[in-house]
Design a protein around this ligand. Sequence first.
Ligand code: GLU
Length: 317
Amino acid sequence: MILAVSKLKNPSSPADGYRGRFAPSPTGPLHAGSLVAALGSWLDARKNGGKWLLRIEDLDTPRCVAGATQQIQYQLLACGLSWDEEVIHQSQRQDAYKRALERLNGLQYLYPCICSRQMIANTLISQGIQTPRNQEMVYPGTCRPASIRSNPVETLGELQQAWRIALPQNCHIEFEDSALGPQSQNLNKEVGDFVLRRSDGLFTYQLAVVVDDAEQNITHIVRGKDLLSNTARQIYLQEVLGYQRPDYLHLPLVLDEHGEKLSKQTLATQINTQDEKHALLELRKAANHLGLSHLPDGENVTIAEWLLAATHAWRSE
Ligand code: GLU
């Protein structure tokens, strides 16, 4: 089966126009890298007269840090980045993810998998395939049955086995990134059948983000370039679930002195929002990283004034 993925946007977009979002995982407070994603997505929404939603991606509960959600919200507000509508927490949306999983099962897209990471690594090695460091292993299809059928619904929640989506042959996804231009990925070659529910029962980021973006009618996804390689998987899921495809814009990453993406693992320091002066300094650094120039640089400018100027400057030719 060859999946022809339309490059055209679905013509019927939600009636209320642009809807963007910022979707941090509460694994720690905001650092310079996450502020770039927050500011870029906020400016894009405001420039387009749209809504900007905040979604807390606290799905991977073992990685979440107590208090981080409140800290992130406090930091955003200190930077003048206010959001519209109620904040969504992924930890409270299990039913929605379960419904999507059941739909995919009904469409005969799912199969259970008992492979551990080590088993996958061993299979790949036995096939002479080396996975470079920092790259995901391409699932070799070990557990994939010859033909995919719907499974008894009660088995979808069983622990000790993951649930993978069975990709059609030649699953080649093309999309346009508003900043980076045309992108494509062959999911069979670069990812393989991927996991939607883990063997510990947690739903994966890929499934949750697609369900939430669709249910929140997100029309524009503006986020860090580290997530670019996930986009084809998400577009594929949107296609099979019958959701509309949002526009994508991936922002430049902030790297540390070793060329690594800033993250909690690389001990990124949190942004300093102790007062307006410090928050504005952080915003200026983020704007600089986003390539915004000619913004008011005086001492007495308020955050509100500065954000207004930055909104005007955002992606204007
Ligand atoms: N929760 C993800 C992160 O913090 C972002 C997800 C997204 O923007 O799609 O990296």
